[in-house]
Design a protein around this ligand. Structure first.
Ligand code: HEC
Length: 196
C-alpha cells in the first residue's frame, strides 16, 4: 500500500482513528447522479408496474402480442368450419396444431395437465373417453361444456371460433401420446380417428 499524499483540494476532517485520518472526498458526480436517479425512478416504476393495472407486465404484453399475432394468422385461414373434414385436415398441419397447443396451455392445463395427462379433468391421451365417440364430439364438448360446467363451455369464452376448432385439433392429436403423469382411463375405448 502506498501512502497517499493529500492533494490541495482534499480537506482533512480533523479526526483520526488509530492514526488513520479521514479526508472529505466527495463521491463522484456520476455516482450521486445514479443514486438520485434511482430514487426518482423507483416510485414511478412501482406505480406503473405494480399498481394492478391490466396489460402492463411483460408477461401480459407478451400474451397480448401473441394473441394479436394469432389473430393475424387467422386471416390466412378465414373462419374454420366446425366439422370433421376440417379437423382431419388441420391435424396434419403442425403449425396449426401448435396454435391449438398454445390455446390449450393458456386455458386447459389446470384441469387436464400440462400435456393432457389429466388432473381434475380426464386424461386426453389414452384410448378412453367419456363424452366422445368421434372427432366432432370433441368440438361439441369443448364448445358447450359438459357435467354441469365442471368442464366449462369454451364457445362463449373464446373470442374467435377458430380457437375452439384448433384446440379440438390439438386435443385429437394428443391421443396415443405419452403424458408425463397419466391419470387412469375414464369412460370407454372408442374407434380410431378417421385417416386423412
Ligand atoms: C375447470 C376444469 C376444466 C378446465 C379448465 C377444462 N376442462 Fe375439460 N373437462 C373437465 C372435466 C371435469 C371433464 C370431465 C367431465 C365429466 O366427467 O363428465 C372434462 C372433459 C373434457 C373433455 C372430454 C373428455 C372425455 O373423456 O370425454 C375434453 C375433450 C376436454 N375436457 C377438453 C378441454 C379443453 C380443450 C379445455 C381448454 C379449452 C378444457 N377441457 C378445460 C374439466 C376442465
Amino acid at each position: 500500500m502506498s501512502t497517499q499524499v493529500p492533494s490541495h483540494d482534499e480537506v482533512a476532517l480533523g479526526h483520526s482513528y488509530d492514526g488513520i485520518q479521514e479526508y472529505d472526498n466527495p463521491l463522484p458526480g456520476w455516482w450521486k447522479w445514479t443514486f438520485w436517479a434511482s430514487i426518482v425512478f423507483t416510485p414511478l416504476y412501482i406505480m406503473y408496474f405494480h399498481s394492478g393495472a391490466a396489460g402492463r407486465s411483460v408477461e401480459e404484453q407478451y400474451q397480448a402480442s401473441a394473441t394479436e399475432n394469432t389473430r393475424k394468422q387467422y386471416a390466412e385461414i378465414g373462419d374454420l368450419a366446425s366439422d370433421q373434414p376440417t379437423m382431419v385436415k388441420y391435424m396434419q398441419d403442425p403449425k396449426w396444431v401448435g396454435v391449438g397447443q398454445s390455446i390449450f396451455k393458456a386455458n386447459c392445463v389446470s384441469c387436464h395437465g400440462a400435456d393432457g395427462g389429466g388432473n381434475v379433468g380426464p386424461n386426453l391421451c389414452d384410448e378412453n373417453f367419456k363424452h366422445i365417440k368421434a372427432l366432432p364430439d370433441i368440438l361439441k364438448v369443448i364448445n358447450d361444456g359438459v357435467a354441469g360446467g365442471a368442464m366449462p363451455a369454451w364457445g362463449k369464452r373464446f373470442s374467435h371460433k377458430n380457437d375452439v376448432v384448433l384446440v379440438s385439433v390439438y386435443v385429437a392429436s394428443l391421443r396415443g401420446s405419452k403424458p408425463a403423469v397419466a391419470k387412469a382411463p375414464d369412460g370407454s375405448p372408442i374407434p380410431a380417428w378417421p385417416a386423412e
